[in-house]
Design a protein around this ligand. Structure first.
Ligand code: FAD
Length: 866
């Protein structure tokens, strides 16, 4: 229905429809009302509160300290409301939300006990047709879904529930009048957060309690009680500052993340720190105990072992204790829980644990539950089985966008959004904490407010500009989805079958749902989108369409983090130094890096070069030899570098490719200019080929590899070896190589500044290395060679944000055109230097694995894989 808007023209009935009246819906309503737009909200429940309206099971509490888990939009609340506990109970949080609704008279715009059932986009009228389950129909310019990430309970997965004659409860739909289990035989199915919170309290009442566990979960004691003084003090008298810090933090609580990595400290220090985190009883304390906890499997396993020991020290029966120890997922990859006496509950004589992995359900019967090996009778069954998280409540509404596409169909293979806020094909539809936003990985109160503010500001802005519709572009959405995945892929999170992955719901696609890059970084991205004139959004005003299309985050997240760190250090540019100072500077920086993996053996030696001895460092794999041999040329613009500067990369190549790596020095400019480096590189290659057996190599299995200027040398050495009739080289690895010294390619213009290797630094290198007149010599610029035929097979690795990218691509193309087999690896989101940052830039690891595969392929199938 399109109604008259009272101005003589047709328009929507209301400006905005909001679905949901929890934390998000209430704040949305407040903001919209203050913008002066008309708004109507619908809420399935009979009152406000959302999560805290529905989840009334015994023990229901927040697991983020309540002083943090509260609104910041109304500063008066800081004084008006005092939390009684560190982790407030459900009734107290519900009272808080009711207080907010009362104070701001929000209920008057909310229709309760009403579910939005259908939303259909009308592209002609540019509005949404909304229909509720109670038959309301209205139109709105914007539709905001504040329907909750954890609001759609998961259906029971065990057959026969309809037969059961006892009482059935779902923790997520708990009776308002409460439940008395006194004298009852009770089953609880599920040991996620709701199960872990409720089990001790149900056990305290029930005559007998049987807990059915499919997946054990990590849990630490909440140590709940009155709000600790340090938490009160942190915010007292400086609430605005505190809330502001939370907005830019990693998880929505203003704590400074540690930079310390696990194995950089002694075992004793580690245990002490784990114990402190256990005693703190705060999720963010234990999740942030070491900087590498969620990226380094060994670090994670050590903490998991500590937590297993804790469980075993509490639970008296060793078999029960073992069943309660989570072993199928790294710590933190499923939401860890906070508990009060959870593990100790299993010491009570009337409490029993059934491991569903060993004794699966057969069915629910009239009087209880049959597992495959026994029949158990119960007076009540409690389902603590969780939610169809993040997407459940969104696709439960029948939403049809442009061109008749439904949201359910669009997301059949997993949700795709731009910023977690919007999705292509559904103009003027906003999600609060949608998939692709930090949401469930953060203090949601903070994330919700950020989303609400972004949406409200956006609506205000569009109205002021006379814009009718906003919709993301495919490019922007695909870019954001990629970024969300890139962020997840460098962590251990995707390794678990968690609800973060949709794995708890049968048939749900496995996609990492939340954005793991952090609340502050996410906020910066959202703000930047607006500042860049709604980057990646298509805006329609009447017949006009404007669009500044693009992708908001293209650099790999860990590469971006390193660049940010370097920017903070505000280091002087190398090109402002003289070569000796620059060399000392590079050497000092090298000393501060992670060392790279252990190899079997490292041997330093010398090679007779054309103008004196050249140092080399040989890396031998830990496996039995002989091995194929790779002659390695370091980077550093023919001015800087040595075996030490590229040590972590050489170790990594050695272990991954199972080859002996001989990292050879060569003379540098300006002291020894072109072609000294090339002469040395060729002489060294010949010497290694001649001495392969003595070096532990397999005769004839010789490749060359180089990074940057070293890639240039490797490419030239292959041309010289071909022309000289030897030595035989079976393959060349060219990583972000210099192939043409004219420095004029498009990637110089695109990436010449801001990505560590700058155009200015390249000029400094070239000036120290080669006279202008020499630069077109194919021994300086191998791309300029007349003939590239007959060269060894190549892998060419180029990085997206590298001034040298295009000349690398050009060389790969030219080799291919000359009939040389080429594998081109394009490192998306990487810079010139990032692939060398072993153990710092985790996203580079899979590229280095590809490189190692390609090296092994040079050597033939006889070389065993690492
Ligand atoms: C037991 C539990 C404990 C939690 N503890 C914490 C914590 O400590 N810290 C934290 O950050 N987060 C916690 N969460 C997550 C919690 O969901 C969020 O913090 C927050 O309450 C979400 O608010 P919301 O308004 O986005 O969604 P919700 O609170 O889920 O509200 C959404 C509302 O939308 C309604 N709705 C859904 N679909 C429709 C529709 N189609 N039409 C009309 N109405 C609809 C629902 O009935 C619901 O009331 C917890 C969640 C649970 C379940």
């Amino acid at each position: 229905m399109v109604a008259s808007n009272g101005h003589g023209t047709t328009g929507p009935d209301v400006d905005v429809v909001v679905a949901g009246a929890g934390f998000a819906g209430l704040h949305m309503l407040y903001r919209l009302r203050h913008l002066g737009v008309s708004v109507r909200a619908f809420e399935s429940g009979a009152d406000v509160g959302g999560t805290w309206y529905w989840n009334r099971y015994p023990g229901a509490r927040c697991d983020i300290p309540t002083v943090d888990y509260s609104y910041s939009f109304d500063p008066e609340l800081e004084d008006e409301w005092t939390w009684s506990e560190k982790y407030a109970t459900q009734p107290e949080i519900l009272r808080y939300l009711q207080h907010v609704a009362d104070k701001h008279d929000l209920r008057r715009d909310i229709q309760f006990s009403t579910t939005v059932a259908e939303a259909t986009w009308d592209d002609e009228q540019r509005l949404w047709h909304i229909r509720t389950d109670r038959g309301d129909e209205l139109t709105a310019r914007y539709y905001v879904m504040a329907t909750g990430c954890l609001s759609m309970p998961k259906a029971a997965e065990v057959e026969g529930l309809e037969r059961y004659r006892g009482d059935v409860y779902f923790t997520s739909r708990w009776p308002h009048e409460g439940v008395d289990f006194t004298g009852k035989r009770v089953a609880v199915i599920g040991t996620g957060s709701s199960g872990i919170q409720s089990i001790p309290l149900i056990a305290a009442q029930a005559e007998a309690l049987t807990v059915f566990q499919r997946t054990p979960n990590f849990s630490i004691p909440a140590h709940n009680g009155p709000v600790p003084e340090k938490m009160r003090d942190a915010i007292a008298g400086r609430a605005a500052e505190y809330r502001e810090a939370a907005k830019w933090s990693v998880g929505g609580i203003p704590v400074e993340p540690t930079q310390v990595v696990t194995f950089s400290v002694t075992p004793e220090e580690r245990t002490a720190r784990y114990e402190d985190a256990w005693q703190a009883g705060e999720l963010f304390a234990i999740l942030g105990v070491y900087a590498d906890l969620m990226v380094n499997p060994d670090a994670n396993a050590e903490l998991a072992g500590f937590l297993h020991d804790k469980i075993r020290s509490i639970v008296e029966d060793p078999e029960t204790a073992d069943t309660l120890c989570p072993k199928d997922h790294p710590f933190g990859t499923k939401r860890p829980c906070l508990d009060t006496n959870y593990f100790a509950t299993y010491n009570l004589p009337h409490v029993r644990l059934v491991d569903l992995r060993k004794h699966p359900f057969r069915s629910i019967t009239e009087s209880g539950i049959d597992t495959v090996d026994e029949s158990l009778e119960f007076d009540a069954i409690v389902f603590a089985t969780g939610f169809d998280a993040m997407t459940g409540a969104l696709v439960a509404v029948d939403i049809t966008g442009r061109d008749g596409v439904t949201l359910k169909d669009k997301w059949a293979h997993g949700p795709t959004t731009y910023l977690g806020l919007t999705t292509v094909g559904f103009p003027n539809l906003f999600f609060i904490t949608g998939p692709g936003s930090p949401s469930v990985l953060s203090n949601m109160a903070v994330s919700i407010e950020q989303h609400v503010d972004w949406v409200a500001d956006c609506i205000a802005d569009l109205r002021a500009r006379g814009v009718d519709t906003i919709e993301p572009t495919e490019t922007a959405e695909a870019g954001w989805v990629q970024h969300v995945n890139d962020c997840a892929d460098i962590t251990l999170y995707p390794t678990a079958n968690s609800w973060y992955m949709g794995a708890n719901v049968p048939g749900k696609p496995r996609v990492f749902l939340p954005y793991i890059g952090g609340v502050g970084k996410y906020r910066i991205a959202c703000d930047e989108v607006v500042d860049r004139d709604y980057l990646g959004f298509r805006l329609k005003s009447g017949a006009d369409t404007t669009c500044n299309d693009g992708v908001i985050r293209r650099v790999q997240p860990d590469v971006a983090a390193v660049m940010e760190m370097m920017a903070m250090l505000d280091l002087p540019p190398l090109e402002t130094m003289d070569p000796d100072t620059a060399r000392a500077f590079v050497e000092a920086s090298s000393a501060m890096r992670p060392p790279g993996p252990d190899v079997g053996e490292i041997v330093d030696g010398t090679i007779p070069g054309p103008a004196g001895d050249l140092a080399y460092r040989l890396y031998r794999p830990p496996t039995d030899g002989p091995h194929p041999v790779v002659v390695y040329f370091h980077g550093g613009g023919w001015v800087l570098g040595n075996a030490t500067s590229d040590d972590p990369l050489c170790r990594d190549l050695c272990v991954r490719s199972n080859s002996v790596i001989v990292s050879v020095d060569y003379r540098h400019g300006p002291e020894a200019r072109f072609p000294a480096a090339i002469d040395d590189g060729f002489a060294a290659t010949r010497w290694v080929a001649d001495n392969a057996v003595a070096l532990g190599g397999i005769p004839g299995e010789l490749a060359v590899f180089g990074w940057s200027a070293g890639g240039n040398i490797a490419a030239v050495v292959c041309q010289l070896a071909r022309d000289a009739g030897g030595p035989a080289i079976v393959g060349q690895g060219l990583m972000t190589p210099v192939t043409d010294l004219d420095m004029s390619s498009g990637s110089y213009a695109e990436n010449g500044e801001g990505y560590i290797l700058t155009a200015a630094l390249m000029k400094w290198f070239c000036d120290h290395y080669a006279d202008e007149a020499d630069r077109s010599d194919p021994r300086a610029s191998p791309l300029r060679a007349d003939n590239l035929a007959g060269l060894p097979p190549a892998i060419v690795i180029t990085s997206e944000f590298d001034p040298l990218r295009d000349e690398g691509i050009a060389y790969a193309d030219a080799l291919t055109a000359a009939g040389v087999p080429v594998q081109h690896i394009a490192a998306r989101g990487h810079t010139h230097t990032s692939l060398t940052m072993v153990d710092m830039v985790i996203s580079g690891a899979k590229i280095r694995a590809e490189i190692a595969d390609a090296l092994r392929a040079f050597f033939g199938a006889s070389v065993p894989a690492h």
